[in-house]
Ligand binder design. Structure first.
Ligand code: NDP
Length: 470
């Protein structure tokens, strides 16, 4: 028995993680349901520390105790099916890790069921796509705290390292906490990508900039407070040319975005929790609407585009940059507010600063300003919400006007900018001295006798509205 860990599922993510572990000297037992996939991996990616097994039972039998088995299979039923097979092969104290994008409620259910068998179950969020998994992802493990010490050396070794050398992996919390944080990470990712695509529309259709010019703008932005993985890859995207035509590749890609569901989960979960993540929801809706190609085409005839403006100047570009940065702060603030709420709801004691810290490298939303978010949440007496933190308050005070200007300009121009528009609305609800909800309470009391509270005395009041009306 000599293998340190088993990786089950050798599609792109499992294969990359197994290779990453093997590169760091861990002995990896690898298994895939379809053996052809395993053979392919052995042929294309041979590694002295990876041993491929044809049978699951042999793979598990080769493990050091307590056995550690990491699942990298398709989220959903496949996870339950593999667990069912594993239960008979494992014994008390062994550890199953699910590294897929499983729904956190499934993880809570599985952890509870497996605990009865004496097994430890970890829901492990893994972010960074193929490249991250291969060379250092951001890892979010949730499960039994004591058992974490057994898997910690492997996970923290294979994780990305932030600029201060710290691994982008930390114990998140019990049961579904790791998958929850991964889900919200993906929700934030949706909003961040939507914001960037809105800035692109503004530069192109209000500024009149070409793709090459926008690439240069993004490259410059990436040298400042917007520095992030997404801004960097976006700069590259604007420069790619199509090898089937003479056009820029971006211009021949259909503007209809796909989604796998983690953004939608975040949005639904936030509604259940009563937390406003309007920018994440707006970003999911933007993808949904983008898919209605035939409808959009038909509606174009009824509601044609305005002529593009030509606001081509440095001041305009700076306004877009500030708007994007302000939007980004608000999107991350929404995501972290959901985490803060869920933390008490599910009794996870999430360390928001540590979570920001492990997002700093390896994952899709890695960004320079996560250092600032980390600091905001790790200082003594941290603010209850990112927007109350003095650093971010100052940033928004200086950048919010640009966001308002870009939203106003885009709406006048007829450009769809749902994430930025929701960013402004969120900020204005957040800071509103008059929310208008007094009128809503009056209406509720009028038609449903739902009662209302008063500003000037405590208690619950009802008014006989109809008599006034008659
Ligand atoms: P897929 O999600 O495409 O899943 C394919 C793997 O699941 C194959 O190994 C397949 O085996 C296995 N599988 C499917 N059904 C079963 C079953 N019933 N029993 C046993 N094995 C089964 O692979 P990815 O590598 O893309 O992703 C793995 C996980 O990681 C997913 O949960 C995904 O959401 C998550 N993830 C993916 C990222 C990405 O960038 N791709 C990023 C972060 C997380 P077989 O070959 O036999 O069909």
């Amino acid at each position: 028995k000599q293998q340190d860990i088993a990786v089950i599922g050798l599609a792109v993510m499992g294969r990359s993680l197994a290779l990453n572990m093997a590169d760091h000297g861990f002995a990896v037992a690898a298994y895939n349901r379809s053996y052809a996939v395993s053979e392919q991996m052995a042929k294309n990616h041979p590694h002295p520390h990876i041993h491929i097994y044809k049978e699951l039972k042999d793979c598990v039998a080769a493990l050091k105790k307590p056995r550690k088995v990491m699942l990298m299979v398709k989220a959903g039923k496949a996870v339950d099916m593999v667990i069912e097979q594993l239960v008979d092969l494992l014994e008390e104290g062994d550890i199953i890790l699910d590294g897929g994008n499983s729904f956190f409620e499934d993880t809570i259910r599985r952890e509870q069921a497996l605990r009865k068998n004496g097994l430890h179950y970890f829901g492990v969020g893994v972010s960074g796509g193929e490249e991250g998994a291969r060379f250092g992802p951001s890892i979010m493990p949730g499960g039994n705290k004591q058992a974490y010490d057994k898997i910690r050396p492997i996970l923290e070794t294979i994780a990305a390292k932030a600029s201060d050398g710290k691994p982008c992996c930390t114990y998140i919390g019990e049961n579904g906490a790791g998958h929850y944080v991964k889900m919200v990470h993906n929700g934030i990712e949706y909003a961040d990508m939507q914001l960037i695509s809105e800035a692109y529309l503004q530069l192109k259709y209000i500024g009149g900039y070409t793709n090459t010019e926008i690439a240069k703008i993004f490259k410059e932005w990436n040298a400042g407070e917007l520095e992030s993985f997404l801004i960097r890859i976006t700069a590259d995207i604007f420069l790619a040319s199509d090898d089937r035509s003479s056009q820029d590749l971006l211009d021949v890609i259909a503007d209809s975005a796909a989604q796998k569901g983690t953004g939608r989960w975040t949005s639904i979960e936030a509604l259940k929790q009563g937390v406003d993540v309007s920018m994440i929801t707006a970003s999911c809706n933007a993808r949904v609407m983008s898919n209605l190609l035939a409808q959009r085409h038909q509606a174009q005839i009824l509601y044609p585009d305005r002529k593009p403006l030509q606001r081509k100047n440095d001041a305009f570009v700076e306004t877009v940059r500030q708007a994007l940065y302000a939007g980004k702060i608000l999107a991350y603030a929404q995501g972290f507010a959901l985490l803060a709420h869920a933390s008490s709801q599910y009794d996870w004691q999430l360390a928001l600063g540590e979570i920001a810290a492990i997002f700093r490298a390896g994952c899709i939303i890695q960004a320079r300003f996560l250092n600032d978010i980390q600091q905001a949440f790790t200082k003594e007496n941290p603010a209850s919400h990112l927007l109350f933190d003095p650093f971010f308050a100052k940033q928004l005070q200086t950048h919010q006007q640009a966001l308002r200007d870009m939203v106003a300009m885009s709406i006048t121009q007829g450009l769809a900018i749902p994430a930025m528009a929701n960013a402004v609305s969120y900020l204005d609800m957040f800071r509103s001295s008059h929310s208008g909800a007094n009128l809503i309470q009056a209406q509720r009391d009028y038609f449903g006798a739902h009662t209302f509270e008063r500003c000037d005395m405590s208690g619950s009041f009802h008014h006989e509205w109809r008599r006034d009306h008659e």
